[in-house]
Structures are given as structure tokens and as C-alpha cells.
Design a protein around this ligand. Sequence first.
Ligand code: UGA
Length: 454
Amino acid sequence: MAVIAENCPDIKVTVVDINEEKIRDWNSEDLDQLPVFEPGLKEIISKVRGKNLFFSTHIDKEISLSDMVFISVNTPTKTKGFGAGYAIDLKWVEESARKVAKYASGHTIVVEKSTLPVKTAELIKSILIQSDDKNLDSDKNTFSILSNPEFLAEGTAIYNLRNPDRVLIGGDDEQSINSLKQIYKNWVNEEKILETNLWSSELSKLTANAFLAQRISSINSISSICEVTGAEISEVSKAVGFDSRIGSEFLSAGPGFGGSCFKKDILNLVYISRFYGLYSVADYWEQVITLNSWHTKRISKLIVEKLFGTVANKRILILGFSFKSNTNDTRESPSISIVKDLLENGAEIIIHDPKVKPSQIEKELNCDSEIITDIREEGKWQYSNNIYKSIENSDAVVILTEWEVYKNLDWVKISGIMRSPAWVFDARGITRDSEIKETSLNYWAIGDGSSKLK
Ligand code: UGA
């Protein structure tokens, strides 16, 4: 919405949320307090907030004043009931649709922005048309529904929004499609704006994420082969990516994919496939997630094994807690399960991250109530904002997020202050070209089997 406001000065954009604290933070004078850290975002907010971009909790009033409403609520995986563990929980989408049905006036275009399972538009449509809570003048009110999934990736969100590979608009009402197209045409080349039917648009979003996640699981599976054979994953990625049919992006081996989207969307694809009796299709996609969990666990196990089979009372510094660099988002971050595994094995953990707050780390590590007691009894963790100080007397350093600061650490200095025999585990492969191999540090990097050849 910030990027729409930036590019369309004549359109008034209002973001509403039931969460008052969030809206207060979005209105905060101190732009470092915005709820989301994203490069370039605060600069846009400072330019357009109060001009044509507003943040408010007056949901009812703002809906009644709007010509177009984007539903951009969260769609988590269901934790109980039918489809638990796979299907998407649509309760927030449904609640939003009911609010729109109740307060909209005149003709309102409702745009699905959240990633939704195929055919959710139908649910929204029936709520808008049949809802009991409808506005009293509802006979005069009309709706049309569009699907406009978002393809931005966190950490590069503003860049992706300003320079999208494509904008997808699904719908069946030409006039509404055109209205949304006019908005994007302010900064996106018309050839990049694709029109599809509603279901193709919803399914394309799930498919794009499934294909991206599949690439990561594929390259991560190959990293384990590299380690036992003597091949080097970055060389393999490069050689494979040079094939123009394959392309070079999304081929970096890492600790496993995290984030709020891939796992959730693939689980949903699996659910839909099973629902329609397509069991082999469901199993095929589920394997992408199975491999991802196995791969993350492989790294936890490998750390314990290399540290002589036990991490009890060993001091381990974790570099990076967000699921990727340039974001403070920790949802489904591989760091969570790796840290939990090490804590369960009795390690003393120190966590550093340039943008994630200690309170957020605490929330993630304690969120699983079964683990709470284990963590307190068997291991402990603390937060640090000083990398070199925390490295002193540590037994191991584990790089889990590819933050820029971790690419240029002084490994000669580090090797002098760690407790020997000291280990460096680089699960992102960002230190391959550093002087690390010339120090006395023991070294493991993802997919690096080259030491086998020596
Ligand atoms: C993903 C998609 O990339 C977006 O196109 C999509 O719009 C978004 O989900 C969504 O559905 O909202 P995001 O989850 O923000 O975006 O981040 P990604 O850049 O896709 O990274 C996901 C995970 O894969 C991260 O943990 C990242 O470290 C990992 N990854 C990515 C790798 O391990 N290797 C790679 O080569 C690329």
C-alpha cells in the first residue's frame, strides 16, 4: 500500500487493522519503530504518510468510504479441526469479508491480496452477497471480486514492488480488472500486467511458491551429496544455473527454507490435492517439505557430531535468527529448530542478529509449550549485540542467516579468542572465500566436500 500511495498521488490509501498497537506503531514519529523492517520502506512512509497514506483503526468508516478494498489478512495453517496441519485457516478472511458486506456502500471492488486456496473468491462472493449483516441499503450495493496475489519477497519487498516481474489480476468483470490495472499502470509496464480467471490467479500464486521451494529443497539435497563425495555446492549451483532453461536464482544451498509462505502454501497445495483425490500429486509436493525438515535437522545433528558427539555445557554463538537477511521476520526460521535442538542437547547458546529483537527470539523459542521445561532445565540462551565479545571462549560459531556483517568477520582475530578446538559452521556458505581455512579453526560449510579431496 505504501508503494501504491507513492506512485499514485491522486489515490487516497488507508490501511486499517483491528490491532491498535500495530496501527500506533505505523503512525509512530520514530520511523525505526515501524512494525516491519524492510529496506526502503521507512523512506516511503516518511514521504507519503499523512498525504495520501493513512493508518487507522476506524475499519467500519474507512470501508464505507472506499471504492476498492484489499483483503490482506494473515492466512495461517489450521492447527485444529478438519484439515489441521495442512489447510489454511480462513477465519480472518471470512471476518474481513463480513465487515466489507456490512459497511460497504455503492459499488465496491474487493481484492484478494492474501494468498488464498483456490476457490476462496467464491466464499468471499457468497458472504458479500448473502451475509445477514449486510448494510440496510444493501440492495443498492454491488460488489465485484478480484484476485491480485503478491509476489514480493521479504528483504527486497520495496524493490520487488517497484520492479515486479509481473502483476497478476484474476477476475471476470472487465471493468473492475481495468480499475485495478489503471493503478498499477502508474509504474508498471502494461505487458507485465497479466489477466487471468480467478482460479488461475489463486493457483498461480501457490504454484510459484511451490516451484521456488522445490528448487531450494533440490539444491539442499545435492549439498548433502557434495559433502560426502568431494564436490562443491557453489560450483554445482553455478554450473547448473548457467543453463538458461534452469536459470541462476534460488539455487543457494542453506539451512533450509523458512518464512511464512513456502511451507504454508505447499501444505495447502497438498491439502487441495488430497481433497480432490490426487494422492500422488499430494505426496509429490509434501516431499519438498519433508526434505526441508530433514535438511535442517541434518545440520543440528552434524553440529553435535562434530563437537565430539556432545554439546552439553559448550558455548555456541548463533549468527542470525531471521529466516533470511534484510528482514526482522523470524517465522519458520530454520534458526528456531536448530537452536531448540542444541538447547535440548544442553548447549549454552548466544544469539546475535542485527535486526531481530531479543523479545522476539524469546517468543519463538518458548512458543512450543512442550519444549519450555526442556530449555530451562537442559540448556540456556542469551542475546548478544556484540559479536566479538560473545565469541570469546566459545566452542563454536554457527552462521544461519546471510547478513552482510557476517561476510566480513575477522577470522584471524576470532581464531585467537575462541576455546580450542574451535569450530565454525557456515550453513549459508558465505565464508568460503574468507581466510578462515588458513586459521586453526575447524571448518564446515554447507555442501563443501572439497576438504575430502585434500
Ligand atoms: C517467498 C517468495 O519468494 C515470494 O515470491 C512470495 O511472494 C512470498 O514468498 C510470499 O508468498 O509472500 P519470502 O518467503 O519472503 O518470499 O522469501 P524468499 O526469498 O523466497 O526466501 C524463503 C526462504 O528460502 C528463506 O529462508 C531463504 O533463506 C531461503 N532460500 C532462498 C534459500 O535457502 N536459497 C535460495 O537460493 C533462496
